[in-house]
Ligand binder design. Structure first.
Ligand code: C2O
Length: 574
């Protein structure tokens, strides 16, 4: 290959990203360590789905948004300009942001939102990471339509730990509302009760033939019999965990959250919002058209949710396009077995350095709450259980979003009044977490409200036990930590019992989002070696709005390599 060829291929990939969501494996934009520039314009665009036309917020008018292609070790520079009337920020979900906390993106945590007419340049390096991640808006519920893939290829000369696939495809699972996303959050919070189910589930923005007016709004992958394909599956849905399956085909998981895993095959997988999974699929069935289905995993009790699966097609060359399609079997909506099957199979391919010694052992309960009704109009605004208002918490503390940037405040030692540093290492009173919430009346399920953070010394080896509670309902919560991946060393059902829990300290998966089992627990470990303010929250947006979040402040260590540099000059103001 002549030496200008990689640059040409990069240019081609860049030009083609507007029209396609996949690149053939041979077109990798492989270069040496370099810088990738992207220009993101936050724009409103009119789109028609489900026979209704409405304005949605997009990046560059695209839905799903543009793909960020890079290579391990690259610097990525994205200029984000906000041309909408709303505030906006972009979060690079799963990017570890080593010494670049300023560019992480959660509104009011690491930055003030980018206001109408303003821009902010995100600038970070992809250190020791490769695979599939996602970016999404991190202000209100804008990420309902503002999301896209991040693809990080291995370095030059490094290959995948599996045979190169014939082609790669991005599969982004989403939820689509006919209501405006920001209004949706406001209406839910104002009502005090559960949120509204999505109007459709989507695969790459398309609901497929099960939905009204969507017979042609369907995503298709064209395959050649006998070849193997890499699917980069991303769950960008707002409020629902999802199952994914392809009729009659096995999915071989080879990567989760941009870390290779020991390959293992399943018929269907569960992927939580914020998680990414790469799977290999061999087109080893008779020539035909096979459905790909995405449907809800709903582990909570008594909630209404959309049940209609989104459908796409996995279509062999030589099939009549409008012919019969083999239908895909999803698990039942509470199919815990299929969830455990995937969790049990996830093992890191490379033995990661799991911290064996622990400096801080934390125990966080995660779950829902019911607050007392303070409204004079309970019918309108206290639609939670027993006439209360729904909330959510960690260690019974509901996080209140500040209206300044925590990181900026912390960095300039201006803590006063905006946040506290007293987030507790364990709940104030232990009880039977899973079964024990006596009854769901507002009196015994109130949380404490506050903007509380926990300070960690640089280099602290942390073990964090996440325990689901049964208040209101037990539920699988996808907990996401910004700025780090963590080793998922254990999980189980019921209350965590240190004498019985079996931990995997050899090859646990290394993830950024963990679906804590319904009515169960998970144990994660990480070394706090990235200074900054790092948000941790449930990636079901409604739970985050209700307060299921907190922030770690990781202090600087010694010298420049352990110290967060000063903020960029264009950091937005509140
Ligand atoms: Cu993908 Cu704070 O989230």
């Amino acid at each position: 290959m002549p030496n200008w060829a990689p640059q040409l291929l990069l240019l081609l990939a860049f030009l083609s990203y507007k029209t396609t969501l996949h690149v053939a494996a041979k077109q990798w934009p492989v270069l040496g360590r370099s810088t990738r520039f992207y220009d993101f314009k936050v724009q409103t665009r009119r789109i028609t789905k489900l026979c209704e036309t409405k304005n949605v917020v997009t990046i560059n008018g695209m839905f799903p948004g543009p793909v960020v292609y890079a290579q391990e070790g690259d610097r990525v520079i994205v200029k984000v300009t906000n041309e909408t009337p709303h505030n906006a920020t972009i979060h690079w979900h799963g990017v570890r942001q080593k010494l670049s906390c300023w560019f992480d993106g959660p509104a009011y945590i690491t930055q003030c939102p980018i206001q109408t007419g303003h821009s902010f340049v995100y600038n970070f390096t992809l250190v020791n990471q490769k695979g599939t991640l996602l970016w999404h808006a991190h202000f209100s519920w804008l990420r309902a339509t503002v999301y896209g893939a991040i693809i990080i290829y291995p370095k030059n000369g490094v290959h995948y730990p599996f045979k190169p696939p014939r082609a790669e495809h991005i599969i982004i699972l989403g939820e689509y509302w006919l209501k405006d996303a920001i209004e949706l959050e406001k209406a839910t919070l104002a009502g005090g009760g559960p949120t509204f189910p999505a109007d459709a589930y989507t695969i790459n923005g398309r609901p497929g033939p099960n939905y009204n007016c969507s017979a042609n709004d369907v995503y298709k992958i064209h395959v050649v019999a006998g070849k193997t394909y890499l699917l980069r599956i991303i769950n960008a849905a707002l409020n629902t965990e999802h199952f994914f399956t392809i009729a009659n085909h096995k999915l071989t998981i080879v990567e989760a959250d941009a870390e290779y895993t020991k390959p293992f095959s399943v018929d269907r997988l569960m992927i939580a919002p914020g998680q990414t999974m790469n799977v290999l699929v061999k087109a080893d069935q008779p020539i035909g058209k096979y459905s790909m289905a995405m449907g809800p995993y709903m582990s909570a009790r008594n909630v209404s949710f959309r049940k209609t699966p989104a459908i796409g097609f996995f279509q062999y060359k030589g099939t009549t396009p409008n012919g019969f399609a083999f239908s895909a079997q999803l698990p039942s909506f509470n199919g815990n077995f299929s969830v455990m099957r995937v969790m049990d199979g996830l093992r890191s391919l490379n033995t990661n350095k799991v911290p064996l010694e622990i400096d801080r052992n934390l125990f966080f309960t995660i779950g829902l709450n019911v607050e007392k009704c303070h409204s004079s109009n309970p019918k309108k605004s206290c639609r939670g259980p027993h006439g209360g208002v729904l909330a959510a918490s960690i260690n019974n503390i509901s996080f209140i979003s500040p209206n300044i940037s925590l990181l900026q405040n912390y960095y300039y030692n201006a803590i006063i009044g905006h946040f506290t540093e007293d987030f507790p290492a364990a709940p104030s009173k232990p009880y039977d977490f899973v079964n024990g919430a006596p009854n769901n009346s507002p009196n015994d399920t109130q949380s404490v409200r506050g903007t509380r953070t926990m300070v960690l010394e640089y280099g602290t080896r942390v073990q964090l036990i996440l325990q689901d509670t049964g208040t209101v309902t037990t539920e699988n919560h996808p907990i996401h930590l910004h700025g780090y991946s963590f080793h998922v060393v254990g999980y189980g059902t019921g209350n965590y019992n240190p004498n019985k829990a079996k931990l995997n300290l050899v090859d646990p998966p290394y993830m950024n989002t963990i679906g804590v089992p319904v009515g169960g627990w998970a144990v994660i470990r990480f070394v706090a070696d990235n200074p900054g303010v790092w948000f941790m929250h449930c990636h079901l947006e409604i739970h985050m709005s209700w307060g299921l979040s907190m922030a770690f402040i990781v202090k600087n260590g010694k010298g420049a390599s352990e110290t967060l540099p000063p903020p960029p000059a264009d950091l937005p103001r509140c």
